[in-house]
Design a protein. Structure first.
Ligand SMILES: [Zn+2]
Length: 213
């Protein structure tokens, strides 16, 4: 498991998963579909589990989470840790606005408190070449932010830094404190991480969680 200094400072119980971590019993998480819907934690107790890509909670001691295998996990908390959120965002989610939706839902529970957000392990720009349809979809919502997150090693090829784009979106959304875990490319680091890009359909999932205090 990996923890984030910014969230530790707030005293928030949280963990970004690595490949040896098992899902804790009772973790409340939605059925992820690469969209922008946010659900409240209690809704994830229903059967069938609702489809969403972000979950928010103001229930103390209840762990909420998302799973990933290259996409971005983002854990968020309010200043006094009374409200938390977990977001799953790949390029589709970023294009659909899931990051902004997750921040909005957290702020609705957080009564004007400052928000802290940390981006966890995800596929790095080293391993994430994207094509025109992906760039077009992202440009529709994030045009002004996108170019600074791209590198173009040769014509017709673009490597996208999803984490940098998420941090830029968080900044634009007014999130007061933001960070990404360093040196955590899921595709490069097979010892620590599952990766869909690297392992295909047999890839496992990393489990990320956070709980309000
Ligand atoms: Zn990489």
């Amino acid at each position: 498991m990996l923890s984030a200094p910014l969230l530790e400072e707030l005293g928030v119980a949280h963990a970004f998963g690595t490949r040896d971590d098992v899902e804790p019993p009772g973790l409340l998480r939605p059925r992820q579909v690469h969209g922008a819907v946010v659900v409240e934690a209690h809704a994830c107790r229903a059967q069938p589990v609702p489809e969403a890509d972000a979950v928010v909670s103001a229930e103390a001691g209840i762990s909420i989470g998302v799973v990933t295998a290259d996409c971005l996990p983002i854990l968020l908390a309010s200043e006094r840790a009374g409200a938390v959120a977990a977001v799953h965002a790949g390029w589709r989610g970023l294009a659909a606005g899931v990051v902004e939706a997750g921040v909005r839902a957290l702020r609705a529970c957080a009564a004007g408190e400052a928000v802290t957000a940390v981006v966890g392990p995800h596929v790095g720009p080293c391993c994430y070449e994207v094509d025109a349809p992906v760039l077009d979809a992202l440009a529709t919502r994030h045009d002004a932010l996108l170019e600074a997150c791209l590198s173009r090693p040769r014509p017709q090829h673009a490597q996208l830094d999803l984490g940098a784009l998420a941090l830029a979106v968080l900044a634009r959304t007014g999130v007061e404190r933001r960070a990404a875990l360093p040196a955590a490319c899921t595709s490069c680091d097979s010892r620590r991480f599952h990766s869909y890009r690297r392992d295909g359909a047999r890839a496992g999932r990393l489990v990320h969680r956070i709980a309000a205090g």
